[in-house]
Each structure stands twice: as C-alpha cells, then as structure tokens.
Write a protein of this length. Sequence first.
Length: 287
Amino acid sequence: MLHFFPRILLVIAAVILPVASVPASGVAVLELFTSEGCSSCPPADRVLSLVIAKGDPGVMAVSWHVDYWNRLGWIDPYSRKEISSRQEDVCRSLQSPQLYTPQAVVNGRVHFVGSDLDRTRSAIAEAAANTPAYRVNLTVGNRNKKSVTASWKLDRTSDVLQDGRGLRLDVILTEDHLVTEVKSGDNSGRTLTHDAVLRYLTTLTGPAANSGEAVVPFPDGFRAENGKVLVIARAAKSLEVLGAARVSLAPPDVKSDSDGEGKLVRQVQDDPLPGQPRGGSATTRSR
C-alpha cells in the first residue's frame, strides 16, 4: 500500500579475528532504510536477508531503521533520529524528489524501492562489476564481552581522492537474526525478523579515515555471534562508496566461507517473496 503525505521527511571470542580485505574487483554495499512502523517494509527486510544469505564476499549490507514512523503507534527499537537525518543526506545527494521507505541504496549511487528483488539483484551486479577506488584491509581483535577493536588501512586502486581529502569512513557494527513481536502500529500482530541492523556507527574524516583503529562497543543485548564489523569508505560529499570490507564476529565453530565470514544459520529461500510483486511498494512522506 502506498501512502502520501505533505512533503517533510521521507518514510523509509576473546580471539583475534583474521584480516578481511575485499578484492579490488567487486564491492557492492546494499543499504536499506526501513522501519518496523512501515507496513511496506517487511518484504524489503526479507530481500536484504536474501542478499546476505547468498554469501557473496564482495556484497555487504546495512539496515538503517528510521524513526519518523514511530509516531504511528509503534516505537522501532532500532530506530534513531540520526538515521533519519542520514537518509535525508542520501536523498539530497541522489537528488531524490521524495524520501520513502523501504528505500534501498547501492554503493551510494542508485536508489529504488527495497522490496524490488530483481532491481536489487541487478544493481548489486552492476556495482560489483566495477573496481572500487580503495581496497580496504580490516582487522578486528581485542574482543571481550563489551567491545572489539577494529583496525583498518586503505590502499588506493585509482587516482580518485589521491591525498585523502574529501574521504569519510564509516565504522559500523551490525547484528543479524533480530526478532520483534510488534504490538501496535501498521504492523501490529506481526513478528518481524531483521538482519544487518545498524547497532553502532562512528564516522571519521581526515588522516584517520585512511588508516587507524577504533573501539567498537557492543550495545545492551547484543549477541556477538550474530554480529559483523564493517568499514565503508565514501566520498564525503556524494556519499558514494569507494571501498568496503567486513569481518564476522561469529566464533570459529560457526560455518564460514573462504574469507572467514560467518554464514547465516537461518535458511532463506532465494525466490520471489510470497504474495509480493517483484516491483515492490513504498511508503512516502514529504519533508
């Protein structure tokens, strides 16, 4: 169902883990602006899970939960005002005439309705076919019950932003397999499952964006076995993705792929969403 409003804001192991570096050929970062208060969003959340379940090493995902649909009667526990502000920045950069949820963005270059499975696949394939401006080398260590330390180094693969000016770096903690029983609002009575939910973010600029380290704290209730640390290099103004890497926090006994990243335990069938048109639908609000 598509809702329109006057335009204001868019609804949308204490062990050292191995270095993760994504091959210089092929990086696709899928970002989804979503909300538990948006009736159009659950199919898009499932599309994101399909992408993660496929396990492509150069494909990464972040689920950003906006807060502006909280006014409809359900407070999304993963929502933040800062995420809503970030979506405004993204839409401004992409010259989007509207803000909406679910909004999918791939490599900061294209956006579309996040429940459109075919469009998601094609955008990821197109992004992964290009060589990123930076190869990101990421190590996560010093893990304890409260935090891990992420260390990174960026190696240029092209002449883009040669001296690092105009570069920003997002250090992100995500969590998979989050389940919410929604008690009110547009999704009342539904049990929603989320993957790649943003749980922590810090953004760096200047020399620290090229090489450095940061302590990544675990929020209350965080289950590290379902967590990942991502480092995403972006152009400061356009927010275009210039390189990215991730490391799973899953323990060694969890199934892992060739670069040591944890697989999803929950199986998600790679087929069209039951009852959901491939084109998807969105909920919009003006800003």
